[in-house]
Write a protein that binds this ligand. Sequence first.
Ligand SMILES: O=P(O)(O)O[C@H]1O[C@H](CO)[C@@H](O)[C@H]1O
Length: 333
Amino acid sequence: MGGGCEAINWSLHQEARIDDWLNFNVKQPADPSSPFIMLSVSEIVSAESYEECRTTADWLLSNTQVRPTVGIVCGSGLGGLAEKIKDPQVFKYCDIPNFPRSTVHGHAGQLVFGTLKGKPCVCMQGRFHLYEGHTIQKITLPMRVFKLMGVETVILTNAAGGLNQDYKVGDVMILKDHINMPGFAGINPLAGPNDDRFGVRFPCMSDAYDRELRQLAHDVASELGYDNFLREGVYCVVGGPSFETIAECRMLHSLGADAVGMSTVHEVIVARHAEMRVFALSLISNRSVMDYDSQEKANHKEVLETGMMRAEQLEKLVSTMVTRLEPIDNNAF
Ligand SMILES: O=P(O)(O)O[C@H]1O[C@H](CO)[C@@H](O)[C@H]1O
């Protein structure tokens, strides 16, 4: 991206449509009578520009002594993991500059700094979703803030519907890959001008889910006796907030998805763009309805209840993994 602000001059005949867009998206030009609308590149870069993420990271680092190397995101009903953090320092999202607000039941809306088994970490007790009305840049801003604070590894958790018919409610699925349905319609957190300070224009996603971290999860789960409910599969993100129809569940399963949710993938893309290691898991909170004769109905209450049922094992699995995390050797090639 150019160092300065390249101006884009729009001719008169495009003004009407652009006016509406500008009124919604960006401030008007200094001189409203201007025959041209000067739109600088910096104005079309998402609101969560490098500077805003830097401001948020600096604010947090000036208010805590913790220098986290691990960043954790707790999904619906999975916020209990943050309670395991020692010497917690808690910041409500509403007090953090540029942070959105959590609006979903089961998402506490606070950032917890501290140590997990001696490892300095930061934990999002509640995350943001597109369906809450946040921009995709806003919901992934925490990933960039994590990066700027020095986080090397992110651990993402979510609750998801089980598309794979072998899955049972309460199973835990390690993500080995994802399908970004909104991405096919251009809804991607990296859309728009690329800021090279975060990462490259076209980041690779075929290695998004760190193989070593997945193996570590399997090893720890075996040691803890969790093999009977541990799975590994493909997570598909949809927009929500409505749960999927039967036809949609059948389609997603036929496309190779094992679980479906409304989060996580956007965070993974931004985390990998910033070259942080990623591990993600889904708690299968409900079985997706695949049969027109079924009486089952997906609902958020069940999602939260399943989270409570499996919380202890998930906390043990993630915290044990954190103890075993090796720092990234930046000199390795
Ligand atoms: O993905 P997390 O944040 O766990 O939340 C999941 O639970 C909610 C639906 O019950 C949706 O937001 C879905 O994404």
